[in-house]
Write a protein that binds this ligand. Sequence first.
Ligand SMILES: Nc1ncnc2c1ncn2[C@@H]1O[C@H](COP(=O)(O)OP(=O)(O)OP(=O)(O)O)[C@@H](O)[C@H]1O
Ligand SMILES: [Mg+2]
Length: 239
Amino acid sequence: MIEFINVTKEYSDTQALQNVSFHIDDGEFVFIIGHSGAGKTTLTKRLLREEKVTEGKILVDGIDVTELSARGIPYYRRKLGMVFQDFRLFRDKTAYENIACIMRAVGTPGAEIRRRVPALLRTVAMEDKQKHFPRELSGGEQQRVALARAIANNPDIIIADEPTGNIDPEMSIEIMNLLMKINQILGKTVIVVTHEMDLVERFGHRVITLDGGKLDSDINLESAVADFEDSENTGGENE
Ligand SMILES: Nc1ncnc2c1ncn2[C@@H]1O[C@H](COP(=O)(O)OP(=O)(O)OP(=O)(O)O)[C@@H](O)[C@H]1O
Ligand SMILES: [Mg+2]
């Protein structure tokens, strides 16, 4: 479980997050939306513990992320799989090596890497292109490799910051379908930061909205739509 308790992040002249509190249960699929500058990336960076918060606490599976020691951070980060808008694949490594190298980094035995990397590439329909370098792949293909890499070390939580920002609408839907699959079949907690409201409407369950660093709303889209439809049905003129 992820818990933000009154999290505030101040930069010299900006309050990027102000008193933000929420919790996300294991296995949830959550969108985080908000205008440019609302604090979305600041929030994901806090979760990754790239920088410290100014005030407040972040708890992940009972670990106080705000109090982690320098030695504790790399272990903590193994809980998380990160997907970025600009993919961030290693440019001098093939699709296969992009995944294999991060498995090696956590001490995975060679035999397991040779078995698991092709399976991961198959999950994202990229098994044919395992020898391709990022420059030989389309944006959507690179993002699929990045997704496979994000789940390679079996993290509990996947965080995707604008994962569809650099790919076309059709491929965006495919990436979202993969993220859904990762949530529903593998049971991972998935957090997707996005601007794209059509994707939120299409795939949305829970939607947390940030505005000017503050938590503006936290709603369950399915029940919100159902409530709306109920009120339409019962409040009609013909009743
Ligand atoms: N390192 C930094 N130093 C100073 N201010 C920063 C820093 N990083 C972010 N900010 C400020 O914090 C606020 C929130 O930024 P953040 O990157 O979280 O926005 P965002 O919601 O991710 O926006 P976008 O949709 O454009 O990616 C912005 O006003 C930004 O200018
Ligand atoms: Mg951002």
